[in-house]
Design a protein around this ligand. Structure first.
Ligand code: NAD
Ligand code: TYD
Length: 352
């Protein structure tokens, strides 16, 4: 832990990966909630990035978008120097893709984070680190499968798939820059997040959009794996709070208490859309499937986090409604590169 407890300035926040699902919610909400602050979104625009996710803030004078790769030091460094805060969402984020092709996960999630850290360490050094923050957005998956009980922030990291291993590697790099160089770093570890603008490869938007299209909902194994589903605006609010009140050198869990297995997730979605449960189709299990995560998130509550969507029915209801009402957004995605991925990942489904 570091002694440095100074307050972050938050005059200019660099949001890397801010054209993705959670990063765009954070950027939209941050522009709205901090009328004095400037926000620069840096994003490579991989298959998962989409500037449409930023449409509500695009014309705001305090907002700027820059297309760049977090692995490109020369592109990143001037953007970091201009800012006093980095909030890093940029990542390859889907477990199934990490099992197919781990390399890009190591590149972006580990090397890219090191590049951002190096840019912050070197770029902010001359002016001192007071008022600066580097927040790394991490995941509950770094704890690995949790058989029973709940993991608090001091639990050992035990990731079991290439995605979570790369995210754990990133965290360790982040903390090492705090320990060795005095960079004021914080880490958040969020549970599964759902809501508007989530790329339809993750279970929830995949199930919702398939159900709307009367296509099968692929359930891995027996569908008994357990997750907790946090609404995206609650996740973004927790990150905003940790940025302002979190102690440098610390990690903060972001979660809730409602355990939902995959069958319940699928059934709830089908019921909300008035679709038959016969659309659920059991498919071979994900290798190395983590069957349960469960966070002890009292440390984040103690900072003052007040989630608005603690109830699963409300969370999934709002999410289903958004996909029902914004079909142009996801139908465009599903018509593109997505189809190649879908065929490869779900070859077992007839007509995938
Ligand atoms: P996402 O896949 O929707 O977005 C990732 C964004 O990063 C995209 O806009 C993409 O273009 C960008 N990106 C990827 N590689 C890049 C690179 N090399 N340089 C610059 N930009 C790059 O992901 P998400 O679901 O919004 O997740 C955001 C962060 O939150 C990730 O770090 C993820 O590990 C973490 N997280 C996600 C969840 C979840 O349930 N989705 C839960 C906990 C933590
Ligand atoms: P996912 O959204 O990929 O998130 P996680 O990173 O937590 O694995 O998957 C959520 C749960 O749903 C997880 O237990 C795996 C399961 N799942 C399916 O059963 N079928 C699917 O097609 C997908 C993508 C996930």
């Amino acid at each position: 832990m570091q002694a440095d407890q100074d307050q972050p300035a938050l005059r200019h926040v660099l949001v890397s990966g801010g054209a993705g699902f959670i990063g765009s919610a954070f950027a939209r909400n941050f522009v709205r909630d901090h009328p004095e602050a400037r926000v620069t979104v840096l994003d490579k625009l991989t298959y998962a990035g989409n500037t449409q996710n930023l449409a509500p803030v695009w014309d705001e004078p305090r907002f700027r978008f820059v297309q760049a790769d977090i692995c490109d030091y020369d592109a990143v460094a001037p953007l970091v120097v201009e800012a006093d805060t980095v909030v890093n969402f940029a990542a390859e984020s889907h477990v199934d893709r990490s099992i197919m092709d781990p390399d890009v996960f190591v590149r972006t999630n580990v090397l890219g984070v090191n590049t951002l850290l190096r840019a912050a360490r070197d770029g902010w050094k001359a002016g001192g680190y007071a008022g600066k923050r580097f927040l790394q957005v991490s995941t509950d998956e770094v704890y690995g499968h949790v058989g029973e009980g709940a993991t608090a922030e001091d639990a050992p990291l035990a990731p079991r798939n290439p995605y979570s291993a790369s995210k754990a590697g990133a965290e360790l790099m982040v903390f090492s820059y705090g320990t060795n160089f005095g960079l004021p770093v914080v880490v958040t570890r969020g549970e599964n997040t759902i809501g508007p603008y989530q790329y339809p490869e993750k279970a929830t938007p995949l199930f919702i959009t398939n159900a709307i299209e009367d296509k099968p909902l692929p359930i891995y194994g027996q569908g008994r794996a357990v997750r907790h589903y946090v609404y995206v605006d609650d996740h973004a609010a927790a990150i905003d709070l940790v940025l302002r009140r979190g102690a440098p050198g610390e990690a903060y869990n972001i979660g809730n208490d409602v355990e939902v297995n995959t069958v319940r997730l699928a059934e709830t979605i089908l019921d909300l859309l008035g679709k038959p449960r016969s659309l659920m189709q059991l498919v071979p299990d994900r290798p190395g499937h983590d069957y349960r995560y469960n966070l002890d998130y009292r440390k984040t509550l103690a900072l003052g986090w007040q989630p608005q969507y603690a109830d699963f029915e409300k969370t999934i209801g709002a999410t289903v409604a958004w996909y029902r009402d914004n079909q142009d957004w996801w139908r465009t995605i599903k018509a593109g590169e997505y189809q190649e991925y879908y065929k490869k990942q779900y070859a077992v489904l007839a007509g995938a």
